[in-house]
Design a protein around this ligand. Structure first.
Ligand code: SAH
Ligand code: SF4
Ligand code: F3S
Length: 443
């Protein structure tokens, strides 16, 4: 008999990418293998996101498109989970919209997927099960990793910040930190298995341990991981500016293994908007954090998330964001148009901004950031950077990977270099990436 197969479609952030690796681990434990194509799969899983309306639209579009496949293949099992289904009432709505879905689960019971799946198989009836509250952290869920040479590692789950625009605290529950010893043990295993880069994940890694976890702070955790033997890199995301401490900066400075790169979302450059967003820092606070970070960690790359069109944002507020973006010199920034999320405070605020205004603002903002990014890219020209080769682009016939700052660099080399550190001399700028050639150190 042919092996049965699964196919996973992931939306949203790195956290979800990693959670899909857990779903894949569970499917493999059940004896399933990766399908070559979606059409061939016996089980199709959706791991959804609801951070913005368009993430939900895309998920619904993808699920809806499966109706035909399901009609053709009655044995096909379709499962939908993640942040979108975790919203109150969302599972029922989804089931009504797409009655052919077999399993609906949420973020809080994702690690229970094996039980839900077996229930569906045994009962031949659909299973809708979304836990309202987060449970205890579960260790030991199998993972089928797909991003070698990088490995994602959760250090904490949930978020306590309740930024007024954001749905995450509602669909991911309160902050829970994993035990430092469990995290370090996982990292140690990964390095032993040959992974070369570890990316620590949390909605706000700087508040790691604040939920009463043995008193280990994020800075201490970084140091513990960095003390593992071997050549590898450590990255982490995301840092909430209000909780970024000098201790974290010192830890970054003190270890060669910790990348000199911090993702520090600013969201807005206007104090009035930052207050309405409940971000709990001012633009001055932010600039001060940037200053100490760059002072302690010379050359530290900073990336950011910026939003336009938050309720009541005026042209003046927006111009303050533009001005800050020019000043902050982000290596890169993700820019978003504010999307009202049901259940959040901002969705109830008066003065929602017309779409055209928001679109116009985001275009202007992108232009400014592009200029800044270009200027920073120029500073790489002629330099030799150590790159961790992550993959091979068949179309370009080139390898690619990032340097310590997180900049993507393409260079001519053999596929066998994947997973290796190598020196590359930067020759050209290509969009937000760079082009280079293999180089000898010290050039
Ligand atoms: N925990 C991270 C952010 C996670 S969400 C932090 O606090 O920085 C990733 C990004 O999506 C956010 O930084 C924000 O810029 C954006 N985002 C969140 N909610 C949004 C919304 N309702 N509309 C548009 N963008 C949003
Ligand atoms: Fe959302 Fe704010 Fe939490 Fe980030 S810190 S996940 S933006 S509520
Ligand atoms: Fe991530 Fe989207 Fe959920 S950004 S935490 S998958 S809402």
């Amino acid at each position: 008999m042919e092996n049965r197969t699964y196919h996973i479609v992931t939306f949203g952030c790195q956290m979800n990418v990693h959670e899909s690796e857990k779903l894949a681990g569970i499917m493999r434990e059940l004896g399933y293998e990766v399908a070559r194509t979606e059409e061939e799969a016996d089980v199709i899983l959706f791991n959804t996101c609801c951070i913005r309306e368009n993430a939900e639209d895309r998920a619904r579009g993808n699920i809806g498109a499966l109706k035909k496949l399901k009609q053709k293949n009655k044995d096909l099992i379709i499962a939908v989970g993640g942040c979108m289904t975790q919203q109150p009432g969302a599972a029922e709505k989804l089931k009504k919209m797409f009655p052919f879905i077999d399993i609906i689960f949420g973020t809080h019971n994702l690690e229970n997927f094996k039980e839900l799946f077996l229930r569906r198989i045994a009962a031949k009836r659909s299973v809708v099960s979304v836990d309202e509250k987060e449970g205890e952290i579960r260790e030991g869920t199998p993972k089928f990793r797909t991003s070698y040479p990088n490995a994602w590692v959760n250090i904490m789950y949930g978020c306590n910040n309740f930024c007024t625009y954001c749905i995450v605290p509602y669909v991911r529950g309160r902050e829970r930190s994993r035990k430092a010893e469990d995290i370090v043990a996982e990292c140690r295993r990964l390095i032993r298995d040959g992974y070369k880069e570890i990316t620590l994940l949390g909605q706000n890694v700087n508040s790691y341990g604040n939920d009463g976890n043995e008193g280990v702070t994020f800075a201490q955790l970084l140091r513990q991981i960095a003390s593992i033997e071997g050549k590898f890199r450590i990255r982490f995301m995301t840092s909430h500016p209000k909780d970024l401490s000098r201790d974290v900066a010192y830890a970054v400075r003190d270890s060669e293994k910790i990348c000199k790169a911090v993702h520090l979302p600013i969201q807005s450059g206007s104090d009035r908007i930052l207050r309405l967003m409940n971000r709990r820092y001012t633009r001055e606070d932010y600039l001060e954090k940037l200053a100490f970070l760059r002072e302690i960690v010379p050359g530290c790359a900073v990336t950011s998330d910026i939003m336009v069109g938050f309720p009541s944002e005026t042209e003046k507020d927006f111009l303050e964001t533009c001005e800050l973006v020019r000043k902050a010199k982000f290596l890169n920034a993700f820019t978003f148009v504010y999307s009202p999320r049901k259940g959040t405070k901002a969705a109830e605020m008066d003065e929602q901004i017309p779409e055209e205004t928001a679109k116009d603002r985001i275009m202007r903002l992108i232009e400014i950031q592009n200029e800044v990014s270009r200027e920073i890219s120029e500073s790489y020209l002629g330099k030799v950077r150590e790159v961790l080769c992550e993959g091979y682009d068949r179309e370009k016939s080139m390898c690619y990977g990032r340097d310590d700052s997180g900049k993507m660099i393409y260079f001519k080399a053999d596929e066998s270099l994947i997973g290796e550190f190598t020196d590359v001399e930067v020759e050209k700028i290509a969009g937000i990436s760079l082009l280079g050639k293999s180089a000898k150190r010290g050039k």
